[in-house]
Design a protein around this ligand. Structure first.
Ligand SMILES: N[C@@H](CCC(=O)N[C@@H](CS)C(=O)NCC(=O)O)C(=O)O
Length: 215
C-alpha cells in the first residue's frame, strides 16, 4: 500500500490532509509542488490534477483531490478513531464548520485569487492584504458564533477530534500567517491551540515542513 501526498509547506489545504494522515497513523511520502514557482501549472502536475491546485493524494494509483473529500476518503478507508460523529446532526454540524473555513474563506485567499487581484484588478499589496484579512475576519466571526452553540468541547465537536478541527486549525494557521486579529474568537483559538499541541497537528503544521522559513 502506497500513499503519496502532493503538497507544499504553505498550503493550508495540504495541512488538513497531512494532519488527517498523521492522526490515522498512516505512512506516506510527500512530493513537493512549489506553488511559489508556479509548479502547479507544470506538465507533470497538470497530468495529475488539471485544476492546478494542491493537495492531491495518490493511494495505490487512485488520485484524489479536494482536501475535505480526501479526508473523508481517508476516514472511510481507515475508520478507526473516526473523524466524523456517528449521528446525522453531528455529521452535518462538523461538515458545516469545515465548510465555513475551507469552502467560504480559504478560496478567497489562495494564490490564484491574490494574483488575479494584483494582475487583473491592479490592487496593490496593502489592499490585497486588507481583502485577505477581511475574509478571514468574517469567517472567524461565523465560526465563533457556531462554536457557541453548546456542542463544542475540548475540540470543535465535543471531546472527539473531527474533520472540523482539521479545517479550523488550517483557518487559524492561515489567519496567523496574515496577522489577522483573532481576539474576537477565544473559543476558536482555544480549540485550535489544543489541536496544535497534539503531535499529529504540530508535525503537519505548514511551518514545520521542508521549505518553510527557518527550516
Ligand atoms: N478547495 C481545495 C482548495 C485547493 C487550493 O486552492 N489549494 C491551494 C493551496 S492551499 C493551491 O493549490 N493554490 C494554487 C493556486 O491558487 O494557484 C481543497 O480544499 O483542496
Amino acid at each position: 500500500m502506497a500513499l503519496v501526498l502532493y503538497g507544499y509547506w504553505r498550503s493550508l489545504a495540504t495541512f488538513r490532509v497531512r494532519a488527517a494522515l498523521k492522526l490515522k497513523g498512516l505512512a506516506y511520502q510527500e512530493n513537493i509542488i512549489d506553488l511559489s514557482q508556479g509548479e502547479q501549472f507544470s506538465q507533470p502536475y497538470h497530468s495529475l490534477n488539471p485544476q492546478h491546485v494542491l493537495p492531491l493524494l495518490d493511494h495505490d494509483g487512485l488520485r484524489l483531490t479536494q482536501s475535505l473529500a480526501i479526508v473523508e476518503y481517508i476516514n472511510d478507508t481507515w475508520p478507526q478513531d473516526s473523524l466524523l460523529p456517528p449521528d446525522a446532526p453531528g455529521k452535518a454540524r462538523v461538515r458545516a464548520l469545515a465548510h465555513i473555513a475551507s469552502a467560504d474563506v480559504h478560496p478567497l485567499i489562495v494564490p490564484r485569487v491574490r494574483n488575479y487581484l494584483e494582475q487583473e484588478c491592479g490592487l496593490d499589496e496593502a489592499t490585497r492584504l486588507k481583502w485577505i484579512r477581511h475574509w478571514f475576519a468574517k469567517g472567524t466571526e461565523a465560526i465563533e458564533a457556531k462554536l457557541s452553540d453548546g456542542l463544542a468541547g475540548t475540540y470543535a465537536h465535543g471531546d472527539q477530534l473531527s474533520l472540523a478541527d482539521l479545517a479550523l486549525a488550517s483557518h487559524v494557521v492561515g489567519a496567523r500567517m496574515f496577522q489577522v486579529d483573532l481576539s474576537m474568537a477565544p473559543r476558536l483559538e482555544g480549540i485550535v491551540n489544543r489541536c496544535l499541541a497534539l503531535e499529529a497537528f504540530a508535525s503537519a503544521h505548514p511551518l514545520a515542513q521542508e521549505g518553510a522559513p527557518g527550516r
